[in-house]
Design a protein around this ligand. Sequence first.
Ligand SMILES: [Zn+2]
Length: 250
Amino acid sequence: MAHLASQAIVLQTSDYAEWDRLASLYTRDFGRIRGIAKGAKRSQKRFGSALEPFSHVDVFFVDKENHGLIRLERCRIIKMFPEIALDIKKITFGNYVLELINTLTPEKVKQTEIFDLLLFFITLLGQEDFREELLRIFEFRLFSLLGYQPQFLHCVGCGQEFSLQNRYKFSIKRGGIVCQGCYSQHTELLPLSNGTIRIFQQVQNFTLLKVKRIFFSPAEHEEGKILFDKFLQYHIGKKPKSLEILEQLT
Ligand SMILES: [Zn+2]
């Protein structure tokens, strides 16, 4: 039995038994963890309001070997993001980000870059000038960190480098762009303009701190949105619940 501590972002919580809460968190040092916070509903001292989704916390927990669920001992708030809770659009965007992390990341596998990406986007979401298209950048980065980086630099058929003189479509199955000369060898291709391809090339090259400099036209954003929606469903086999709510809202 090990007593552990880490920074974390709370992904999801629900009531469990009379006084307990069940929580899922993405920690900086241990990846995604799930556990029970015994007596959380009456212990202001140990948890307070720290176990709310989006909270950035220090979490202290006990991990019993060979046991999926951990035991949450206490949480200390580092930062809350009240701006998110005040805006229905931000809540919906944020829930989508949390659901992707909760669904796609393996349990108890440390990936510090995923924690940093999540914290960066939650912070960005709390800012006034957050735009929906920044979610496409989050998706691209998360897929890349999970090993499914979409290929926008070369045709996945013939390997030729992207050229503005050529035309392309996107293969969900192969996870990358396909040039005109290779269309006939692929099925289920999505239309994709060269402008959108260029944007995702920027997304790949820019550091996170510079992503706010990336702007999509409405048509490019629509293409990117459809592409990631299909790409995501191909990899997880279903549509995330929060994405359906997001589509109804936007
Ligand atoms: Zn090709």
